[in-house]
Design a protein around this ligand. Structure first.
Ligand code: GCW
Length: 663
């Protein structure tokens, strides 16, 4: 079967046909074992050859390779399921070879060849072993089956509707799902959760009477080595099973989960497992029964264990009904307070899924202290690829540098997050719009997420290079440098014109787009900045504040405890400071706010001009779409600048030292 193209009119993203030219114009031998993923690889190569004039043949393990340019060897090698070895022995000829123990490794090897293009058929390549650093590389969809009255079809979705569900039913568009699976595999993702972690009534039924719909999706994902997971309600035994309780220590409840899970594996033999948001923002959980989150996770883990499944248990547990007058409660502390004491109590097939920061996917947060505090627990770090708080895919905000900072952070001063974690999970930014991600340039975030999950130590700019050259094969230098000019610094630009110095939020309540400095200041959500006439920021020190800073190992607790040593970009996250406080960078807090907001807008305006200059180098529809979105980004950035600057001028009474217009 030829490889699936995206549905008509859908952008091919980082797999345009031309990306396969080098492979498709050569003679390839697929040698050794079979299996569905080898079939997928064969189909990929055959499709490329049909387009570019090459040929592909099958052969047994010992077939002669002398007349081939490329040999894809599977089954004979030692190695783990996902690894492959690339080599090319001879200078002037002889095949390039990818050797893998399994079809999955071969598939990743194939996409690696696609990234390398012509170069892999030239010169000598010493054997290189490639394997993913993290075994769990998952994308979670917050897609609803039924349209939610407030959140719509996709919660925090900015790319159109769901590619799986519409108006309460499955879409049944296997071609689209398979094309999507292919994109995910090509950046290394191997697991997907197909419904929202906020499990409403209709979605709850996916686990039982609607499991057939999930099985249809799993069939498409399976062809590209991706296991399907389901978000489930902790109260499922009550909601679906009619039991009186969902108490995890109740024998009947354990039995219900075991039976329900067995039925899932009957139809999806390679089912990945469950994702659970419990005792969080109104979702049911073990607290109702006086049980711990380890008790809760372990009952699901026990049900999945016989089949090799995994439960992803989210650590996003906090009080969302806080009294803003109460200065002793600190939402940032909550995940650590709940989960650090449970280290060692989770089953081996339970994975604690921790948001990268202690709050909620802000443009700047410190790394969650939970990550360094659970050495005896399997851990997945959760990133938000969908840009809820980073411009909602109307703003260009490439998050690679931020994620890389998180993954390279060393909680104990020695071992990086990317080495401590067993997995990386991204909240998907994909929908049914023509560009998959709404904003065409937001594709770079999805690609970068997958590649950083494969190699958390990778230089994000090199990953962006890959994305640029795959997405725009044969791009002239001006396009490559133009794309870098608009993407490389876009996260820092976004940071400049939004909430300052790590303090976070200041967004419009509910939809979270656009500025509202006091939008959450007197709300129950625990996200405050405490600005008054003298200063701004949250005192999270151990000495005089909420004590959050002491949740870190000493190397970091000491750094964050004092405003003198705390990095500027986080200083208002950790400290309440007078407007005249001198930052490490040399300006005062208030002048820094003014300067960054003027600079941020100027940077967006400059990026818009760069994009305009690329008009003749980019496919017209794509160019026009981005150009239109830049108009909105400039408008929105100006609004942010003017609201934030006016707010702080009025609070502080301190004028801009450079005399610029503030309203
Ligand atoms: O960022 C917040 C979002 C919610 C989301 C929640 C979560 C799915 O505003 O929409 O709910 O995080 O991560 O569970």
């Amino acid at each position: 079967m030829p490889p699936p193209g995206p549905p008509d009119g859908t952008d091919p993203a980082w797999l345009p046909p031309a990306a396969f030219r080098a492979i498709g114009s050569r003679r390839t031998l697929v040698r050794g074992g079979g299996g569905p993923l080898v079939e997928t690889v064969f189909g990929e190569v055959a499709g490329a050859c049909a387009r570019f004039g090459g040929s592909v043949a099958r052969g047994g393990a010992t077939a002669d390779v002398s007349s081939y340019d490329l040999v894809l060897d599977v089954g004979g090698a030692q190695g783990d399921d996902e690894s492959f070895v690339l080599r090319r022995d001879a200078e002037g000829g002889g095949p390039t070879t990818v050797t893998a123990a399994s079809g999955r490794g071969l598939l990743y090897g194939l996409f690696h060849l696609v990234r390398l293009g012509e170069g892999v058929f030239q010169g000598r390549w010493e054997p290189e072993v490639h394997r993913p650093a993290l075994p769990l590389r998952m994308l979670d969809h917050w897609d609803n089956v039924a349209v939610h009255p407030v959140m719509g079809q996709v919660e925090r979705g900015y790319a159109g509707g769901s590619i799986f569900w519409v108006d309460g039913r499955a879409r049944h568009e296997p071609q689209r799902v398979r094309a999507y699976a292919r994109l995910l595999a090509a950046c290394g993702i191997n697991a997907v959760a197909v419904n929202n972690v906020n499990v409403h009534e209709t979605e709850a039924h996916l686990l039982t009477d609607r499991i057939g719909d999930v099985a249809s999706l799993a069939e498409e994902f399976r062809a590209y080595g991706i296991r399907t997971h389901l978000s489930v309600s902790f109260a499922a035994p009550v909601l679906l099973g009619g039991l009186a309780s969902a108490d995890p220590l109740d024998a009947g409840v354990r039995e219900w989960w075991a039976d329900a899970t067995a039925a899932v594996y009957d139809v999806i033999p390679d089912f990945g497992g469950y994702v659970v948001k419990a005792d969080s923002e109104g979702q049911p959980g073990p607290f109702a029964y006086g049980r711990s989150h380890a008790d809760g996770a372990n009952v699901l883990a026990a049900a999945l264990e016989p089949y090799g499944g995994t439960v992803h248990w989210r650590a996003f547990v906090y009080d969302h009904r806080q009294d803003w007058r109460d200065r002793s409660t600190d939402r940032a502390r909550a995940a650590y307070d709940h989960f650090a004491p449970l280290d060692g109590e989770f089953a081996p097939n339970a994975v604690l899924q921790v948001k990268h920061g202690p709050m909620d996917f802000q443009v700047r947060e410190p790394v969650s202290p939970v990550i360094g505090a659970v050495p005896r627990t399997r851990l997945a770090v959760e990133l938000q690829v969908t840009q809820e708080y980073t411009g909602q895919q109307r703003h260009v905000c490439w998050l690679g540098p931020m994620w890389s900072d998180v993954l390279r952070f060393r909680p104990d001063g020695e071992t990086a997050v990317g080495q401590l974690a067993d997995g990386l999970v991204g909240v998907s930014n994909v929908g049914d719009g023509p560009y998959w991600t709404g904003h065409p340039l937001a594709q770079a975030n999805l690609y970068t997420f997958g590649r950083l999950a494969w190699d958390p130590g990778a230089d994000p700019l090199r990953v962006l290079d890959e994305w640029v050259s795959l997405t725009h094969p044969d791009a002239p230098d001006a396009l490559v440098s133009g794309l870098h000019a608009v993407l490389d610094g876009s996260w820092r630009t976004y940071e400049k014109y939004t909430a300052p110095l790590g303090v976070g939020f200041m967004v419009q309540p509910g939809h979270h787009y656009g500025p509202s400095v006091d939008g959450y200041e007197y709300s129950p959500w625990g996200t405050y900045h405490f600005a008054d006439r003298d200063g701004v920021g949250v005192d999270r020190s151990a000495a005089t504040g909420t004590g959050y800073a002491a949740q870190y190992a000493k190397v970091w607790a000491d750094v964050y405890e004092s405003a003198e040593s705390c990095p500027d970009e986080l200083v208002l996250f950790f400290h309440h400071l007078p407007y005249g406080h001198l930052l490490r960078g040399g300006s005062t807090v208030i002048q820094h706010i003014y300067d960054t907001h003027f600079d941020g807008v100027a940077e967006v305006e400059a990026a818009r001009e760069v994009w305009a200059s690329l008009r003749d180098l980019v496919e017209p529809g794509r160019h026009a779409r981005v150009a239109e979105l830049y108009e909105e980004q400039v408008r929105s950035a100006r609004e942010w600048r003017d609201q934030v600057n006016s707010y702080f001028l009025r609070k502080s009474g301190v004028p801009d030292a450079r005399g610029r217009r503030i309203y």
